[in-house]
Design a protein around this ligand. Sequence first.
Ligand SMILES: *[C@@H]1O[C@H](CO)[C@@H](O)[C@H](O)[C@H]1NC(C)=O
Length: 458
Amino acid sequence: MLPVTSHRVAVILIFYVTVSAGTEETYTNYELAPEEEYIEETPRLDYKDPTWCHSPSLANGELTCVSPRGKGYRSTLGTRCEMTCDRGYRLQGKSSVQCLANRRWSGTNYCRRVRCHVLHLNPHGRYSCTHGFVVDSRCDYTCVPGYRIIGLHSRTCLADGSWSGVEPVCTDDDPPKIKCPLSRVKVAEPGALTAKVSWDPPVTTDTADKTLDVILVGQGPDTAFKEGATIVRYKVYDLARNRAGCKFIIRVQVRRCETPKTPLHGYLSCSSDRNNYGAVCEYHCDGGYERKGTLSRVCQFNHSWSGVPAECQQMEFKSDVTTASALLDQFYEKRRLLIVSAPNIVDQEYRLQNIMIQKSACGLDLRHVTVIELLGSPPRERGRIKDKQLQPQVIQGLRQAFRISRSYFSMLLLDEHGADRERFISTVTSDELFAYIDDFLLPEDERDRLELHRDFCE
Ligand SMILES: *[C@@H]1O[C@H](CO)[C@@H](O)[C@H](O)[C@H]1NC(C)=O
C-alpha cells in the first residue's frame, strides 16, 4: 500500500498522467483518498519512469533531490527532495517531499519572504530603508535639524526577521544661538562719573526649542555704569540644557577739562570730581582779596572750561569817604572789622595791643579782619586803616554808631555784616582773639578752610 495523498496538493505539484509513447500503461491497485473523485485508475508503478512526478520547482529556494535511480533524476517515483529557501525566505511546510505512487509529491511547500516589523518612528527623527522591511534592507536613521542621533545610525533586517541593534534616539544637542548687542561707548553724564546705559535684549534662536532660558550675568541695563570698561554677559539654555553665551563691552568715558588752576590769593571749590564734564568750580579769594571776574566756571563737553579764570586782587577801599556808613558799606559782606580805640597813642594798653596786632596781621587777614584805629581826642583825633587816614566825620560817625568812648581803651569786633559782636576793654592776646573769631564768627566752611591754612602764618 502506498501512502494516500491529500487532494489539497495542488499548487506546485500538479497531478497528471503521462502517457509513454507506444506503451499502454495501466494504473492498478491505487487507493484513493475519499475526496479524490476523478482518478479511477491506479497507475502501474514504474520506478524507472524519470518523470513519474512532475518536475519539482521551488520559487526563491533550492531543491536537493535524491532519486532511487541515481544521480541526475529528480522526478522518479520515490525521489525525495529537500527544500531550502533562498536568503530572505522562509520555508512554509515540510522541509522535504517525496514523489509518491499517485504521481504526486507528498506535500506542497513554498518560500515565503521574511519581513521585519515596521520600524517605530522617533518623534525627532526619521529613517529611510534600502528595501523596505525585508531581509538585508538597511534603514538609516536621521534626526531633524537640531537633534543628534545617540546610538547606531542604522539597523538591518536580519534573516530571522529581527532588526539588528536597538532603536537610536534623537537628542537635542545643538546649542542655541545668541547674539549680544554691539559694544558701545557712553559719555558719563554731566557732573557724574557714571553713565546710564540701556540696550535691547540679545537675540536668541534654537533649532529645537521656542522658549529659551536667557540669563544676564552682571550689571543690567538702565543702571549706572562706572568709568572704564564693563563686560556684560548673557547665557542661554535650551530645554535640553544646551548652553551658549555672548558678551559685549560698555565703555564709559568721563570727559575731563584740564585741572583748574587755583587763583593766587584764593582757592577753588569744585563740585563732582573737580574737572569732569559738568563739574562747577567756584572762585574764592583769601581774606583781604576780592574776586575780579566770574564766580564759577563749568567744565564743558568739549573739554574746555566756560568763561575765563577769575583773579583775586587785593581789596581796595576808599578812605576819603565822609560818612561812617560809606566806609562800612565798602566792607559789607567782605571783611570783619576790629576797631581799636584809645585815649592817646601812648596808652599802655593800646601799645601792648598794637604790638600783638602787628604780630598777628597774617592771622587777622586769614580771618578777613581789617583793623581800624581811633586814637586821641579832637582836635588831635586820628583815625586810620593801616596808613590811610580817615575823615573826622567818619571817626565821629563810628564812635557814635558803636558808642565807642574816647576816655578809655577798648576794642570792638564787627562781623562781615557790620554787626557789633564783641567788645574788649582790656588787651587780649592774639590767641584769645582768634579763638573768639573762630568759634563765634566763622561759618563752618570758612573754619574748615582756615584749618587747612593754619600753618600759613607761621
Ligand atoms: C567749547 O564749547 C563752547 C560752547 O559749547 C564754545 O564756546 C567753546 O569755544 C568750545 N571750545 C573749544 C575749545 O572748542
